[in-house]
Write a protein that binds this ligand. Structure first.
Ligand SMILES: [Zn+2]
Length: 468
């Protein structure tokens, strides 16, 4: 497996070096295509920007509505305060009226008592009159009275009682009637007051209900505003990404126009890295072979064996030191000769397309230990940042035969490329990890025909395009 890998590596090295010398000529048609793609990105940005403006307009409108509702709530609160004070006044008035009624009732009782005493006195006087041999008819008349009024009439009719007594009784009767009338009118007043109080309480209930409804409306408006802010923020993020991509497409255009030395240098670096990796592996293999030979060799066969031994020792040391770290260091996959190369060694743990009822917009490559991640093709890093979902992520814009592609490398433990950097196919840009929304170490790799967008509508299955 290792041998085969090395062979491919050597072939690709040659191919890589070959590429340096045989750079294809700039095609006017492909440059034109890229200009068109740049303009398409610009159009998308305009759409998104007008979406952001719409969002801000909506936010302003929602804020205006909230202010109106807040004013209504304030006015209603003032009204409720007023109603509450009116209710308090009415309650006080009702209490006073009830006290007044109570007082009148007491006065009526007093007057009734006084009249009863007066009546008893008159009866006593009549009895005394009879005993002293007065008119017997008179007593019968008095005792036969059916009501107090009747009695007074009879007394009056008999006319044996003094006028003063009669007058007192009449006055008392009039006073009582007046009191009873007063009581009636105060009771009417009380009933009216109670009706008014009920009305006020109903009014207050309605006002409170209105305030509650307005409060609910306010809550909804606030929620809408929050949603709109989030929407605007999402759009802003998309716009930032598109702007970055547009810039890197421009850079890719410039690259294709001028064949910058930067790309050549990047390729040279990638080739140098590959060469060093190949050399290190060759050295390791030689050391391992030497160690095996030394073991098999006779102990008295001197000089070369010793040399082998020391090499074997060095090799063992290297191996044992690497065995202290539980994760072995892995080599980058061999660089393919086509436009694309495999971004990381490992096995495909999840393919492109539907997965657990969701769409998986990329391919997952899993591996353990230190796994280098390399650029899948020549290009410009459009974004390198820590995303909450993608984790440590690098976006690379590529221009391949006039077609813009975007590759995404997510969940890395480290990023070794910065935004705006020109990278060559096979150049290391990071280390496999499990940052962001990830379970277990893997590379989430996306390929987009065109630019990356929030809906990932340009995502395509890399299988068949990228050697995986
Ligand atoms: Zn994935």
């Amino acid at each position: 497996m290792l041998k085969k890998k090395n062979l491919i590596l050597n072939i690709s090295l040659v191919a890589g070096l070959g590429l340096l010398s045989s750079v294809p000529p700039v095609q006017a048609a492909s440059l034109n295509d890229m200009e068109i793609q740049k303009q398409q990105i610009q159009q998308k940005r305009s759409t998104i920007n007008s979406g952001i403006n719409d969002s801000y307009t909506k936010i302003k409108d929602l804020q205006g509505k909230q202010q109106t509702v807040a004013e209504k709530i304030k006015n209603l609160s003032d009204l409720i305060t007023k109603t509450t004070s009116q209710i308090n006044d009415k309650t006080k008035e009702i209490d006073e009226t009830k006290a007044e009624i109570e007082k009148l009732k007491q006065e009526i009782i007093v007057i009734q008592d006084r009249m009863a005493k007066r009546e008893a006195l008159l009866k006593e006087r009549a009895r005394a009159m009879q005993e002293s041999g007065g008119n017997a008819d008179y007593l019968e008349v008095l005792l036969g009275s059916k009501s107090f009024g009747d009695f007074i009439e009879r007394v009056g009719a008999v006319a044996t009682i003094m006028d003063a007594d009669q007058e007192i009784l009449r006055q008392q009767e009039a006073d009582k009637k007046q009191l009873e009338e007063n009581q009636k009118s105060v009771e009417t007043k009380l009933a009216n007051l109670q009706t008014m109080l009920t009305d006020l309480q109903n009014m207050k209930n309605k006002q409170n209900q209105q305030v509650a409804e307005l409060g609910e409306l306010m809550k909804q408006l606030k929620q809408k505003e929050d949603d709109e802010h989030e929407h605007a923020m999402n759009l802003k993020e998309q716009e930032d990404l598109l702007a970055a991509q547009q810039q890197s497409v421009q850079q890719a255009i410039n690259l294709e126009k001028t064949r910058q030395a930067e790309l050549a240098a990047a390729r040279q670096r990638a080739a140098e890295e590959a060469r060093q990796r190949a050399a290190a592996e060759a050295k390791e293999r030689a050391a391992a072979a030497a160690a095996a030979k030394a073991k098999a060799a006779q102990p008295h066969k001197s000089q070369p064996a010793q040399l082998h031994k020391s090499q074997a020792a060095a090799s063992t040391e290297t191996h044992s030191s690497s065995s202290y770290t539980p994760e072995p260091r892995q080599s980058a996959p061999a660089v393919s000769s086509g436009s694309f190369t495999r971004p990381a060694a490992g096995y495909i743990s999840s393919g492109f397309g539907a997965r657990w009822g969701e769409n998986h917009p990329g391919v997952d490559i899993a591996g353990s230990g230190y796994v280098p991640i390399v650029a899948a093709a020549d290009g410009v890093v459009s974004r390198s940042y820590l995303s909450s979902t993608y984790g440590n992520v690098v976006f690379i814009s590529h221009s391949i035969n006039g077609q813009v592609y975007t590759t995404v490398y997510a969940h890395m433990s480290q990023r070794l490329a910065t935004t705006g950097q020109v990278v060559a196919k096979g150049q290391q840009i990071g280390v496999m990890g499990s940052t962001g929304e990830s379970t277990g170490q893997h590379l989430h790799f996306e390929l987009h025909r065109g630019e990356w967008n929030y809906a990932k509508s340009n995502a395509i299955n890399p299988v068949g395009i990228v050697p995986l």
